[in-house]
Design a protein. Structure first.
Length: 475
C-alpha cells in the first residue's frame, strides 16, 4: 500500500482525536484538508491565516508528535492557507473567527450574502397542477435551538418558539411575535424556529426574510407590475418569518400588502413568526388593523440576560469554538458586559483574535482592556429617575410636583419633557415610562413625545429647554 497525503493525515487524525476534546477536534482538525506529500513534508490546507496561527499556537506539539510517528524525525508540516476573498488579509481583525468559520465547508453557502432569487417572483408558479415550487428558506443553520442558551430572560420566547416549531400553524401562538432590544437574540430565535421546522417537516415551505427586504421586493414588484405575483408567492408559504417588523412603520403600501398576505396565511392555518424591537402597544405608525393581528397570537419578550445566563452563553460559545478560557476571565466579562448578547460575543471574538495574533495568553489585563473598549463605545444609559431629577431641577420643581396630577401649564410641560427624554434616552417602553412618571398610561407618553416634537419645531424658547436638558443629561 502506498503512502499518500490522505493516508498519512488520516493516521495523524486518529492519534490527535484521542488526545484532545471532541469539540476542539471538530473545530480545528476536521476542516483541514491534506493536499500533498513529498518526502517527509506534508502539506495541509487550512481555511484562513487565523486558523493556521491558532494551530501553531495551540496544537503544534500535538501535530509534531503525530507527524513524527508517521513520517519519522524529519517530518515537516507545510500550511497552505486558503485565502478567502471576503476576508482581506491585510485586515485580519475583521475575520470573524471562529464562530462563522466553524464549519467552513457547510457554512460557505450560508454566510455568503444570498440574493433573494428574484426570478422566482416572476415565475408563473400559479400554474395549476404544479404544487411545489422550491423556495430557498434563507435560514442560517448556526442559529438553532441548541446554540440558543436558555435563561429566565428568554424562557417564554424560547418555549413558545419550540411549541411553534413542533406544530407550525397548530398552536394558539399564531402569529408568534418575539420582541426585545438589540442583540438579545430575536433574529437567532426566528431562525431557530425555521431551522427546527425544516428539520421536522422537510416538505414545508419556510421562508425567513427581513422586513426591509420584504419592503424592497414589494416596491420592485409595484415598479415591475408584478404585485400579484408577489402576493401569490407569499401566499404559498407554509411558515413565514419576518424579522424586524418595526421597519414597516410608516410604509402603508407594504403594510397593506402584508395585511392581505397575513390574513390568507392565517386563514389557511399557516404559521407566521414576527420579530420586533418593541411590543405591539409601543409600535408607532403601524396600522391599527395590522397591530390587532399582531396581538392575535402570543407576544413574547426577550429580556437582557441575567448574570448566570451570560456566563452560560459565554461558556457555550467557547465550547462550540473549542476554546478554553480561565473561569475568572469568563466571569469578568459576564460581570461587565450586561446589556446585550452581541457585545458579549464581540468581546470573546476580540479576545480570541488578540490572543492569537499577538501570541498573547488570555490574561485578566487583556480582558480588561478589551472590555473597556466595548463599554466605552456603548452609550451610558441614563435612568428614568435621573431624567426626572434633572428636568425637575431645571424647572426648579421637585420630582413629586412633576409627577403630580396638576394641569398647570409649566408643570405639564416639564412632565412631557421628562417623558420625551425617557423615550429618547432609555430603552423603556411607553407603558413603563408612563408608570414611572406619575402613573400615566402609554397613550399619554406617546402624546407627550409628539407634543415635544411639535413644540421644538415651532417654539424657540421650548427648543432651548430641550437643548439645555440634553446637555445636562449627556455630560
Ligand atoms: P437581535 O436580532 O435581537 O438584535 P441576534 O439574534 O442577532 O439579536 O443576537 C445577537 C447575537 O447574540 C447572535 O450572535 C446570537 O447568536 C447571540 N445570542 C443571543 N441570545 C443568545 C442566547 N440566548 N444564547 C446564545 N446566543 C445568543
Ligand atoms: Mg435581529
Amino acid at each position: 500500500m502506498s503512502i499518500t497525503a490522505s493516508s498519512v493525515w488520516e493516521e495523524c487524525l486518529s492519534f490527535i482525536k484521542d488526545n484532545i476534546k471532541q469539540q476542539a477536534y471538530k473545530t480545528w482538525f476536521e476542516p483541514i484538508k491534506p493536499i500533498k506529500l513529498s518526502g517527509e513534508a506534508l502539506t495541509i490546507q487550512v481555511p484562513s491565516k487565523f486558523f493556521y496561527e491558532w494551530l501553531e499556537e495551540h496544537y503544534i506539539k500535538l501535530l509534531r508528535v503525530a507527524l513524527v510517528k508517521q513520517l519519522g524525525d524529519d517530518a515537516k508540516l507545510i500550511y497552505d492557507v486558503r485565502m478567502e476573498n471576503n476576508y482581506s488579509s491585510n485586515n485580519p481583525h475583521t475575520v470573524k473567527f471562529p464562530s462563522s468559520n466553524r464549519n467552513p465547508i457547510k457554512s460557505q453557502g450560508v454566510t455568503a450574502p444570498i440574493d433573494f432569487n428574484k426570478r422566482e417572483l416572476k415565475n408563473p408558479f400559479i400554474i395549476p397542477g404544479i404544487q411545489k415550487v422550491k423556495i430557498e428558506s434563507q435560514l442560517n443553520p448556526n442559529y438553532n435551538f441548541k446554540s440558543f442558551v436558555e435563561g429566565d430572560s428568554n424562557r417564554l420566547a424560547r418555549s413558545a418558539g419550540m411549541a411553534v416549531a413542533n406544530k407550525p400553524g397548530g398552536t394558539s401562538f399564531n402569529p408568534l411575535l418575539v420582541y426585545g432590544g438589540v442583540g438579545l437574540g430575536k433574529t437567532h430565535i426566528a431562525h431557530a424556529i425555521g431551522v427546527e421546522i425544516k428539520d421536522k417537516y422537510p416538505d414545508k415551505t419556510v421562508l425567513y426574510i427581513s422586513s426591509e427586504k420584504f419592503t424592497q421586493q414589494y416596491i420592485d414588484s409595484v415598479k415591475g407590475n408584478t404585485r400579484n405575483d408577489f402576493i401569490h408567492f407569499y401566499q404559498m408559504i407554509d411558515v413565514l418569518i419576518i424579522d424586524d417588523v418595526q421597519f414597516l412603520s410608516g410604509k402603508t403600501g407594504t403594510q397593506d400588502v402584508f395585511f392581505h398576505i397575513f390574513n390568507h396565511l392565517h386563514q389557511n392555518g399557516k404559521q407566521v413568526i414576527l420579530t420586533s424591537d418593541k411590543a405591539p402597544v409601543d409600535m408607532q405608525d403601524i396600522e391599527q388593523r395590522l397591530l390587532s393581528r399582531f396581538k392575535w397570537g402570543l407576544s413574547a419578550e426577550l429580556q437582557a440576560p441575567d448574570y448566570e445566563t451570560r456566563v452560560s452563553i459565554l461558556e457555550n460559545k467557547l465550547f462550540r469554538d473549542g476554546v478554553e478560557m480561565p473561569t475568572e476571565i469568563v466571569e469578568y466579562i459576564a460581570k461587565n458586559i450586561k446589556s446585550n448578547v452581541r457585545e458579549l460575543e464581540g468581546v470573546l471574538i476580540s479576545m480570541i483574535a488578540q490572543a492569537s495574533f499577538n501570541r498573547k495568553e488570555f490574561t485578566l489585563s487583556l480582558t480588561k482592556q478589551i472590555v473597556d473598549k466595548f463599554v466605552k463605545n456603548t452609550k451610558r444609559e441614563v435612568s428614568i429617575d435621573y431624567i426626572q431629577k434633572i428636568v425637575s431641577n431645571y424647572f426648579e420643581l421637585d420630582v413629586a410636583t412633576l409627577q403630580s396630577k396638576t394641569r398647570k401649564r409649566h408643570i405639564v410641560q416639564a412632565r412631557q419633557l421628562a417623558m420625551y427624554f425617557a423615550k429618547r434616552m432609555t430603552k423603556a417602553s411607553l407603558a413603563s415610562i408612563g408608570s414611572q412618571i406619575g402613573k400615566r398610561d402609554h397613550a399619554t407618553v406617546l402624546h407627550a413625545c409628539k407634543t415635544v416634537d411639535n413644540l421644538t419645531e415651532t417654539d424657540k424658547q421650548f427648543r432651548r429647554y430641550v437643548d439645555d436638558i440634553t446637555k445636562k443629561l449627556t455630560f
